[in-house]
Design a binder for this molecule. Structure first.
Ligand code: 2HA
Ligand code: ZN
Length: 263
């Protein structure tokens, strides 16, 4: 295994995986993470023609860039102890049509198509978000089994009205993708479209995808949404179907913080 030294990124993988495992949000080998690198140095230009793998869709905004991605079958509870063996470095060709393995773990997560499609959209629309975090939190997956919770508006309005700062942190609400095959390009492309505007996308009956300036930043948003869902479930367990904070109050809060136009 050729080693690489992106210490800040490795620390981000390690700390985030540790917390994912601790919270029980990435069971077994569930979930995956990636960070997009801007650095274009000689080491990264070592992509040989023979090693080219055709991408299912072109990713022009990733041309010449590199991505650190967790490997297939890797466990959060192990990445959280020693990230290096579990993370691969991939380079995208200068025409944005191929990718190749450069160093580290050689078998990428099955969600590679989604990660690459989403990084491509982020680079175009929200370049500050460099990290993608996918995980399986029970209280969020459970929402998908509630009657009527089959669209972004209903879930956003209901869940983000459980706590007064949730909508403030996620004024746009969340995106929602109806059930798709895990690892499929369709899942990636639909998510990429929604993430042009949102920071979170709920994959129906599967899990959550979050983006951030770092994995820790993506984890923040995941935590906020998950906390609100837990408040919802605690109330439901007590026999209460909460109305939530009124839309008037939500708008008042967003206006006070200058975020109403993002609602
Ligand atoms: O097991 O979470 O979505 C990895 C996954 C695929
Ligand atoms: Zn998953």
């Amino acid at each position: 295994m050729t080693k690489f030294s992106y210490q800040n990124e490795l620390d981000d993988f390690k700390a985030t995986a540790h917390w994912l495992a601790l919270r029980g949000w990435s069971e077994a080998a569930g979930g995956n993470m990636s960070i997009r690198l801007d650095a274009q140095n000689n080491f990264l230009s070592k992509l040989h023609e023979d090693d080219h793998i055709k991408l299912p869709v072109d990713v022009p905004y990733l041309a010449g860039k590199a991505v650190l991605l967790t490997g297939s079958g890797t466990r959060a509870r192990e990445i959280g102890v020693d990230p290096l063996p579990h993370i691969g470095l991939y380079k995208i060709s200068d025409d944005g049509r191929y990718y190749g393995w450069i160093a580290g773990n050689e078998t990428p997560s099955m969600e590679l198509p989604a990660h690459f499609a989403i990084h491509n959209a982020l680079e175009q629309h929200r370049p500050g978000d460099k990290a993608i975090l996918h995980t399986h939190p029970a209280s969020l997956i459970a929402l998908c089994h509630v009657d009527g919770f089959d669209n972004a508006k209903t879930i956003s309005d209901k869940i983000l009205s459980m706590q007064s700062e949730a909508r403030l942190i996620l004024p746009e609400g969340i995106g929602f993708v109806e059930h798709e095959l895990p690892g499929s390009l369709e899942l990636g492309l639909k998510s990429a479209k929604l993430l042009e505007r949102h920071h979170l996308v709920l994959w129906q009956c599967h899990g959550l995808l979050a983006t951030g300036d770092s994995l820790a930043g993506a984890f923040d948003k995941l935590e906020v949404f998950e906390k609100s869902a837990r408040v919802y479930w605690q109330l439901r367990a007590a026999g209460i179907d909460p109305a939530g904070i009124s839309e008037t109050e939500i708008k008042h809060t967003l206006k006070a913080f200058g975020r109403l136009e993002r609602y």
